[in-house]
Design a protein around this ligand. Structure first.
Ligand code: GLU
Length: 493
C-alpha cells in the first residue's frame, strides 16, 4: 500500500448526484492506480441542510456503482452504516461531539490568526446590501477584527453570541498549484474573513475540511472545480497552522447539453434516477470515467480494473465536460450486449412488470425470447417495455406508426393478411415450425416477395414495418393475439 490517501467528502443533503459520483470515481481510480487508500468522510456540519436517510442513500448508490471505500464511513454486510479506520470518527458532526476542533480554533485565536465576531446577522446583511449597492463584492467589513482578545472573552462570558472568523492578512497573494489547472493566485483583499465557527458552535466546512484532511493524512484533494475559489482560504489555514497542504486536483465541471452547469437544483442527475432507468453500474461508471478524462487511445469501453490501470490526472481535461445522454446510452448498450440472454431477461423483467406489459408469472421461456429479440437494441433496461409494448397491448391500444398505416392501406395487404389468417386457422398454435415457414408459404401462394411481403405483414402484426426477427415476435405473441390483430387490421385499414 502506498502513502496516497484520497477522500470523497460529501455533504449528504439528499440523493447522490451524478457529479458527486464522478468525483468519488476519480478519487477511487487514483487510489487504485497508486495502490493508495480511498476514504469516505461525511461533511455534515451544516445542520440546516441535514436530510434524514441521505447518508444511507448515498452509501447504497456508491455500493451499487462499484466504487469501494477502504476507510471511513461505509456499509457493512447487512447494509448498516459503519466506520472503519484509525482516524475516526469520520462523520464531522461526531467529530464536533468529540471536541476535535476545539484546540485548533483556540490555537488560531491565541495566535491572532482568527478572531471573535459579535456582529448580528442583520448588521452583516446590511453591510452586504450597502456594498452591493455600491457595486462592490460583498464581504465582512472587519468591524470586530480589532477587538482585544480579553474584551472579547469578557463579552462571551457575559453571554453574547459570537462567531469565529479567519483573520486574513491584508493585501497578500495566496497561490497554489492545481494539478490540472496550473498555478492559481488570489489576493487576500478579494477574500472574505471566512467564518470558521458558527453561532451554533459548529465549525464551517472551510475549517473542518482543513483540520480533517490534515488529521486524516490526506495527500490529494480531488474535488469539483466549484471549490477553487475556496481553496486559497484552505491554503492560508494550512499556512496558519504550519501544516503542509495536500496536492489539489480540481475536476472540470459537469455541463448539460446547453453547456450550463449540470446541477442538482434542476432536480435531475441523481444516481438513483439512472438506476431506476435501468442503466448498469458498469455502463454508468465507464461513461462517467470519460466525463473529463480521456485514455491514451481511441478505446472507449473499459472495465473498472482497466480504468484503474490507465487513470491518472495528466489526462483530465481543464474545461467542462458535457453530459451527453446519447453517449451514456451507447456506452451502456455495450454492457447490455455482453449479458447472456438469461441475465438480460432477469434484468428486464421488473421493468416489463412495472409497465404492466407482463405479470410476475410470465414464462421464463417467453421472457428469454423477448430478451433475445431486443438484445441488440436495448441500451438500458427500461427500453424493453418501450420497444416491445406493441406485442402486449390490445390492438385498439397500439400505436401504428405512419409508415405502417400507409402500408396497411395498400391493395396487397388484405390478400396477405387473409393468406396468413388462413394458415393460422389451420394451425393449433404458433410453434417454431410455423413461425419459421409461414412467410415462405405465403410468398409461394401469393407470389409476393421481399419488401412487399414483409412490410405489410410486419406492419399488421407489430404496428411498424421495421423491427426485429419476425418469427420470434410471432412466437412471443401467439396465435390468439395475432389472429385478433389481423382481423382488426382487416376491419380498420
Ligand atoms: N463537502 C463538500 C461537498 O459537499 C466537499 C468538498 C471537498 O471535497 O472539499 O462537496
Amino acid at each position: 500500500m502506498s502513502d496516497v490517501r484520497v477522500r470523497f467528502a460529501p455533504s449528504p443533503t439528499g440523493y447522490l448526484h451524478i457529479g458527486g459520483l464522478r468525483t468519488a470515481l476519480f478519487n477511487y481510480l487514483y487510489a487504485r492506480h497508486t495502490d493508495g487508500t480511498m476514504i469516505l468522510r461525511i461533511e455534515d456540519t451544516d445542520r440546516t441542510r441535514f436530510v434524514e436517510g441521505a447518508l444511507e442513500n448515498l452509501l447504497k448508490a456508491l455500493d451499487w456503482s462499484g466504487v469501494e471505500i477502504d476507510e471511513g464511513v461505509m456499509l457493512d454486510e447487512n447494509d448498516q452504516v459503519t466506520e472503519k479506520g484509525e482516524y475516526g470518527p469520520y462523520i464531522q458532526s461526531d467529530r464536533v461531539k468529540a471536541g476535535i476542533y476545539n484546540k485548533y480554533i483556540e490555537k488560531l485565536i491565541e495566535e491572532d490568526k482568527a478572531y471573535y465576531c459579535f456582529c448580528s446577522q442583520e448588521r452583516i446583511d446590511k453591510v452586504r446590501d450597502r456594498q452591493k449597492a455600491d457595486g462592490l463584492t460583498p464581504k465582512y467589513d472587519g468591524l470586530c477584527r480589532s477587538i482585544p482578545l480579553e474584551e472579547a472573552k469578557e463579552r462571551i462570558a457575559n453571554g453574547e453570541e459570537y462567531t469565529v472568523r479567519l483573520k486574513l492578512p491584508k493585501n497578500r497573494e495566496i497561490s497554489f498549484e492545481d494539478r490540472i489547472k496550473g498555478k492559481i493566485t488570489f489576493n487576500t483583499d478579494d477574500m472574505d474573513d471566512q467564518v470558521l465557527i458558527k453561532r451554533d458552535g459548529f465549525p464551517t466546512y472551510h475549517f473542518a475540511v482543513v483540520v480533517d484532511d490534515h488529521l486524516m493524512k490526506i495527500t490529494h484533494v480531488v474535488r469539483g472545480d466549484e471549490w477553487i475559489s475556496s481553496t486559497p482560504k484552505h491554503v492560508y489555514l494550512y499556512e496558519a497552522f504550519g501544516w503542509d497542504a495536500p496536492e489539489y486536483i480540481h475536476l472540470p465541471t459537469v455541463l448539460n447539453e446547453d453547456h450550463k452547469k449540470y446541477s442538482k437544483r434542476n432536480g435531475d442527475g441523481m444516481v438513483e434516477d439512472f438506476i431506476a432507468e435501468g442503466y448498469t453500474p458498469e455502463g454508468l461508471i465507464n461513461f462517467l470515467a470519460l466525463l473529463g478524462w480521456s485514455p491514451d487511445s481511441e478505446e472507449e469501453i473499459f472495465t473498472m480494473e482497466e480504468l484503474a490501470k490507465q487513470f491518472d490526472f495528466d489526462r483530465v481535461n481543464k474545461t467542462g465536460a458535457v453530459f451527453d445522454k446519447r453517449k451514456l446510452d451507447w456506452v451502456n448498450g455495450h454492457y447490455v450486449r455482453d449479458l447472456s440472454v438469461e441475465q438480460l431477461a432477469k434484468e428486464i423483467k421488473p421493468f416489463m412488470v412495472e409497465s404492466g406489459m407482463i405479470d410476475e408469472n410470465y414464462s421464463d421461456e417467453n421472457l428469454n425470447l423477448l430478451a433475445e429479440t431486443w438484445q441488440s437494441a436495448i441500451d438500458k433496461f427500461s427500453d424493453a417495455p418501450k420497444l416491445s409494448k406493441n406485442y402486449f397491448l390490445d390492438e385498439n391500444e397500439i400505436e401504428w406508426d405512419e409508415e405502417a398505416s400507409e402500408v396497411l392501406k395498400e391493395e396487397n395487404t388484405k390478400k396477405l393478411v387473409d393468406a396468413y389468417l388462413e394458415k393460422l386457422g389451420e394451425a393449433d398454435e404458433i410453434d417454431e415450425e410455423f413461425a419459421k415457414t409461414i412467410m415462405k408459404t405465403i410468398q409461394k401462394e401469393t407470389g409476393i416477395k421481399g419488401k412487399n411481403l414483409w412490410f405489410p405483414i410486419r406492419a399488421a402484426i407489430t404496428g411498424s414495418v421495421h423491427g426485429p426477427d419476425l418469427s420470434n415476435v410471432m412466437l412471443l405473441m401467439g396465435k390468439e393475439k395475432i389472429e385478433k390483430r389481423l382481423n382488426y387490421v382487416k376491419e380498420n385499414f
